[in-house]
Design a protein around this ligand. Structure first.
Ligand SMILES: Nc1nc2c(ncn2[C@@H]2O[C@H](COP(=O)(O)OP(=O)(O)OP(=O)(O)O)[C@@H](O)[C@H]2O)c(=O)[nH]1
Length: 550
């Protein structure tokens, strides 16, 4: 199973990386939005520039009409030459004017005289109107005419020459409105009589009076005629807008005068209009009211317009941020994995070392032949238990077991047989003691020792050991004691005090063992007066004669 710290650090790194990626994306998107906002502002400024250019162009054209009007105001009779000279001068500078015209007010009585005067130069001249089929025809009879009397340039506007503006009802009403109020008025979009393509046009009319009449009736009375500017919307639009920098914008010019909005002109001209139109960026800009008409410019950028102004910064921020997070995170991840691996290896090695140490310790406390505790182990435990008994005032017992005539056994059965005998006896002694605190150790050569902390009846256990060993029935014909291998046992108990030493205690046990040997072997001492003993006395036991204490 994966350790908790490892899973945690992995999760932490992955979460940090995810957070880093999210932040990269967030900052990229934020920059992208910010750029779009800047582009939108720039776009509005570009459109404002175009709208202002259009306004300027219209006002400049209006100025031309005012100049021509001044000519008529300042002169009693303007000749065709004078008109042509002035008008052609303006036209040379204003290429987007289709025509400049003068339409005098002609009463029915004067029609013929007017026609005759123009026929002197233009023999075919007559007042005309548009027939119902669309072709031009001689103007009908009416009280007042507003024929196009002077037109500059004539070339391209021949059809308009002689055209009676009063022949069209709506145009006449617009002209009358201009006359009555002394207004400069623009028509709504019309198809010009001289139009050969499908372009829309408009007229600007400017009444010219004799003097400065201030009432409607006086204006009607003193009216001399109308100065007219004829414009094709596309020409004026292109002329105005083409010099403004930004491209890739779809422009729509609308006339919003009155209730019905009318589309005047749409400009898709730019070759830099790439991709779809970005309608969410659409922007409307109303132009100054000119000639009583309210025009609006509606602009929509193309994808190309926006793309041209977008930088790669948001992309780079997002991409480099992500790369940085992935590379950095990956590096940290690998480094962490590596250090975790090293740490795990170190932990594993320490564990192995601990195990080896434990095994070594076990080995150093184990007797190689019998597998029970060795002398070193016994010495340490004896010291510990002695001190504990001293501290607690409890008893400590020692049983020393020595094989009888083992030298002869070795000589008889060989060392291999002797070794097996030692193993069997060690095993039996270990099985005979039953408390975990008891320690059975090989003390020396054919001697075993049993350490019994806080034990009431060590004599019984000592004799049980002796009996159990004899019951192993390890054959020993040559023994002077029995047909089987036997042991002699020394056993003593004491409650340790500061005035007695472990060495004394051990010496006494050995002494008891030696006495058991002297008395004929295969025997154990029995307690002589254990109950009457004082603390610090070594309790010696009487020795059982024969094979058991019974
Ligand atoms: N097989 C074998 N014999 C050992 C080992 N260690 C010591 N001995 C032998 O054990 C014998 C011990 O003999 P002693 O205790 O001196 O005398 P004993 O013959 O037992 O006589 P008593 O002790 O008086 O009964 C010696 O012959 C040692 O060589 C061992 O690991 N294996």
């Amino acid at each position: 199973m994966m350790p908790v710290y490892k899973a945690f650090s992995r999760r932490f790194i992955i979460l940090s990386m995810l957070l880093g990626l999210l932040l990269s994306g967030f900052f990229g998107a934020m920059l992208y939005q910010k750029e779009l906002a800047i582009i939108e502002t720039d776009f509005k400024r570009d459109v404002d520039d175009k709208a202002m250019a259009l306004e300027r162009e219209l006002l400049a054209n209006l100025e031309v009409l005012f100049a021509i009007k001044s000519l008529f105001n300042s002169s009693e009779e303007v000749t065709a030459n004078e008109f042509e000279n002035l008008a052609s001068d303006f036209l040379a500078r204003h290429h987007d004017i289709q025509a400049l015209e003068w339409a005098p007010k002609v009463t029915g009585d004067n029609r013929e005289a007017f026609e005759a005067a123009r026929r002197e130069i233009y023999p075919d001249f007559e007042f005309t109107e548009r027939a119902s089929q669309g072709s031009m025809t001689k103007a009908g009879i009416r009280d007042v005419y507003f024929p196009v009397y002077f037109v500059e340039p004539l070339k391209g506007n021949e059809v308009a020459f002689g055209f009676d503006l009063a022949s069209n009802e709506s145009r006449l009403s617009m002209i009358n409105r201009a006359i009555d109020r002394d207004l400069t008025l623009a028509t709504k979009s019309i198809t010009l009589v001289q139009e050969v393509f499908d372009q829309k046009g408009f007229l600007i009319v400017m009444p010219v009076y004799e003097g400065e009449p201030s009432t409607v009736s006086k204006r009607q009375e003193k009216l001399q005629g109308i100065v007219l500017g004829v414009y094709r919307i596309a020409d004026i639009f292109e002329s105005a807008v083409k010099h403004t920098g930004a491209t890739g914008i779809r422009l729509l010019l609308k006339d919003n005068t009155g209730a019905d909005a009318e589309e005047l002109y749409a400009n898709y001209s730019s070759d830099k209009v790439l991709g779809s139109l970005q309608k969410s960026f659409s922007y409307s800009r109303s132009l100054k009211r000119i000639g009583g008409r309210q025009w609006t410019l509606i602009a929509t950028p193309s994808q190309g317009y926006i793309a041209e102004r977008q930088s790669l910064l948001p992309f780079f921020v997002c991409a480099f941020g992500s790369i940085f997070v992935l590379v950095g995170g990956g590096y940290i991840f690998l480094a962490t994995e590596h250090s975790t691996m090293i740490r795990e290896e170190a932990v594993e090695r320490n564990r192995e070392l601990d195990e080896a140490k434990l095994a070594l310790e076990e080995l150093s406390f184990t007797d190689g032949l019998t597998g029970i505790a060795n002398r070193q182990c016994f010495d340490i435990r004896f010291e510990e238990e002695w001190l504990r008994a001293l501290r607690d005032g409890t008893s400590l017992s020692l049983i020393m077991v020595d094989l009888d005539n083992f030298r002869l056994f070795n000589n008889t059965y060989g060392y291999i047989g002797g070794d097996q005998c030692l193993r069997d006896i060690a095993n039996k002694l270990a099985l005979t003691t039953n408390r975990t605190t008891d320690l059975v150790a090989r003390y020396d050569a054919d001697q075993f020792v049993i350490l019994l902390p806080n034990t009431d009846e060590p004599v019984l256990l000592a004799d049980k050991c002796r009996i159990n060993i004899e019951k192993l029935h390890i054959p020993y014909q040559a023994s002077s004691v029995s047909d089987y291998m036997t042991v002699s046992v020394g056993v003593a108990s004491m409650i340790p005090t500061k005035h007695r030493s472990q060495a004394d205690f051990m010496a006494n046990v050995k002494e008891l063992l030696a006495q058991a040997k002297e008395l004929g072997k295969n025997r154990v001492g029995i307690a002589r007066d254990i109950l009457a003993a004082n603390r610090g006395d070594i309790l010696k036991f009487q020795y059982s004669q024969g094979r058991s204490t019974e």
